[in-house]
Ligand binder design. Structure first.
Ligand code: X8Z
Ligand code: ZN
Length: 599
């Protein structure tokens, strides 16, 4: 799956025999020899963990839980052993490349386990179970059981306050049973992180950004402050329209928005309420959904459309095995993890996506997003295993998203997905609203998920206030509130995939900002003139080559170097996203004049 999944895949399995051999060999090896052995051993380990991880995610049963947990356990043992051996090279004057490889080896797991066989087993089992509970979660009303996909459908279609509330509460019945397991996972993973020299698991996750964990935390605050004014304007306009739609008794105009009215199970992206928010109704044809349905696009055709975009940039077609081994649709006969992911198995030679594709524009964009991961994995497959990864996890998430910014009306029209590409000022605002409902609305959500987890891992948030602190953050950042009273009998964080699945989340927050920075530079290379929002790099091989060059470096160098090569700057910076939405910001301020914004 994506960068996160990629780590799970890359670094999730090994064999006990391998670990034994290693202990003997270490003392006689130079640091360079040690790293090249790690790179070689990782090839087999990742093949094995990839196979176990894939079969687990596409076939959730008691047996695949055993296979997946065992493979994770074996990898964890190998990893602990290697980190121990790497200590021998501390204080030596190593080349920058070897030092970087050692640092990355140390960080090479998102689930550090204690170096104690029983605890290691317990943690990998809990992690596997939590992922399975999420993947097979459903809400039953009598005999009528609804999967997450079914419930998400209600968020897309329904404008009935009570029906939405039931779907919202229904999905959250899957997570209270996770609570105790989650608390134990926190204890054990913290212990594992401590043994690797990190204060807690949150500090370890934050250590992956070529700066200190504290500096990184400050970076996220700085970036959030840059984009906050944009979010506040959007929130204000959305709350007003929802007040008109559902009544101001249901949506008070001076408080947070009820979390179930935003067209999405987690209120993370709001694109499905575009019908309510459309600034100039009827002015533009942005209805890709209806084309997909009228032309009855198959999942394969939707994936082909995304592949064609990358090919138009000069990248290769996907291998035959991609088409043979991917999961495009939800199997009818078994539980799978439907949450979309991209896999770079076998050192990037065996690319796959795993999705339960539906005929919507939202899903089409997710396909473009997932292929961004696959093309990244393919671009860096020539790197040694320890350098196979995104410059940082946010880069991995940003590649495909950058491509979605090129899905302009002009592009969509050219490939037959909309009937006309209207260019009036009003049409521009409509389109900006459509994009902002996803990309701007997401920002506070992208920030708060890990803020909650960092607090949990550091002990600031305890099991006694898991849910309260979650809703405090949802209120503080997003200005949303649960539709009904929540308590510590609930465990709402667990109803989000990445929390149950142990995937860090700040990557998505960073990606939402970085993708505009990438796009600004790519559009300059493409010689685009005019607003950034009207730029599509479709068919531009020069921009494609520059993008690909950055991707090919993988994580072999600090992300600041990768960013500088593409954009000329070493800092993540939100000015590109702010410039992009300047026209919408003007419109929103006009709409909000006289309203009292905030919550
Ligand atoms: O998890 C994803 C991707 C897979 S890497 C579908 N995303 C986040 C989410 O769904 O919560 C993409 C946007 C944010
Ligand atoms: Zn992703």
């Amino acid at each position: 799956m994506f960068a996160g999944a990629l780590l799970v895949v890359l670094f999730s399995a090994c064999s006990e025999q391998v670990a034994d051999e290693i202990t003997v060999a270490a003392a006689t090896e130079t640091a360079e020899e040690f790293i090249s052995r790690a790179n070689v051993e990782l090839i087999d380990l990742s093949r094995q963990s990839g196979a176990a991880g894939w079969v687990r995610a596409t076939y959730i049963t008691h047996d695949t839980a055993i296979l997946a947990a065992t493979s994770q356990e074996r990898y964890a043992e190998w990893h602990s052993g290697m980190v121990q051996q790497a200590l021998a090279y501390e204080g030596q004057d190593l080349s920058a490349e070897t030092q970087r490889a050692i640092d990355l080896l140390k960080l090479g797991t998102s689930l550090p386990t204690p170096n104690d066989a029983a605890k290691r087993k317990e943690l990998t089992q809990i992690a596997t179970e939590l992922g399975g509970m999420y993947g097979s979660g459903q809400y039953c009303m009598g005999n009528d059981c609804k999967s997450l996909s079914d419930l998400e459908e209600i968020f897309i279609e329904s404008r009935d306050y009570d029906e939405l509330q039931e779907a919202w509460e229904g999905w959250r019945t899957i997570s209270p049973p996770m609570r105790g397991k989650y608390a134990r996972y926190v204890e054990l993973a913290n212990e594992g992180a401590g043994e690797l020299g990190y204060g807690d698991l949150g500090a370890m996750w934050r250590a992956r950004y070529d700066m200190s964990p504290a500096e990184f935390q400050n970076e996220t605050v700085r970036l959030w402050e840059q984009v906050k004014p944009l979010y506040e304007q959007l929130h204000c306009a959305v709350r007003a329209k929802l007040g008109e739609t559902y009544g101001e008794d249901k949506v008070p105009q001076d408080g947070p928005i009820p979390a179930h009215l935003l067209g999405n199970m987690w209120a993370q992206e709001w694109g499905f309420i575009y019908d309510i928010m459309e600034p100039y109704p009827g002015v533009s044809d942005l209805d890709v959904d209806s084309t997909l349905q009228t032309k009855d696009y198959s999942p394969q055709e939707m994936v082909r459309s995304a592949e064609n975009f990358y090919v138009s940039l000069g990248m290769d077609r996907l291998p035959d095995t991609f088409w043979e081994r991917s999961q495009f649709t939800k199997p009818r006969d078994r539980d799978v993890v439907c949450h979309a992911s991209a896999w770079g198995l076998d050192g990037g030679n065996d690319l796959r996506i795993k999705m339960c594709i539906k005929q919507t524009y939202d899903e089409l964009r997710t396909i473009y997003h997932e292929l961004g991961h696959n093309y990244y994995q393919s671009a860096y497959k020539h790197q040694p295993m320890l350098f196979q990864g995104g410059a940082h996890a946010g880069f991995h998430e940003a590649i495909g998203d950058t491509i979605t910014l090129s899905m302009t009306p002009e592009y969509l029209n050219e490939v037959g997905l909309i009937g006309s590409a209207e260019e009036s000022e009003e049409a521009v605002i409509n389109r900006q609203m459509q994009v902002a409902l996803d990309k701007i609305a997401f920002l506070p959500f992208g920030k708060l998920i890990d803020e909650w987890r960092w607090g949990v891992f550091s002990g600031e948030i305890t099991p006694q206030n898991y849910n309260q602190s979650w809703w405090d953050l949802r209120n503080k950042y997003q200005g949303i509130a649960p539709p009904s009273e929540r308590s510590e009998d609930h465990f709402d964080p667990g109803a989000k995939y990445h929390v149950a699945g142990n995937v860090s989340y700040t990557r998505y927050f960073l990606a939402r900002i970085l993708q505009f920075q990438f796009q600004r530079s790519l559009c300059e290379i493409a010689g685009h003139e005019g607003d950034l929002a009207s730029c599509s790099i479709f068919n531009n091989t020069e921009a494609g080559a520059k993008f690909h060059a950055m991707m090919a470096a993988g994580q072999s160098e600090p992300w600041q170097d990768a960013l500088e090569k593409l954009t000329g700057t070493r800092e993540m910076d939100a000015t590109a996203i702010i410039d992009y939405f300047a026209p919408l910001m003007g419109y929103l301020k006009e709409q909000n004049a006289g309203r009292s914004c905030g919550w």
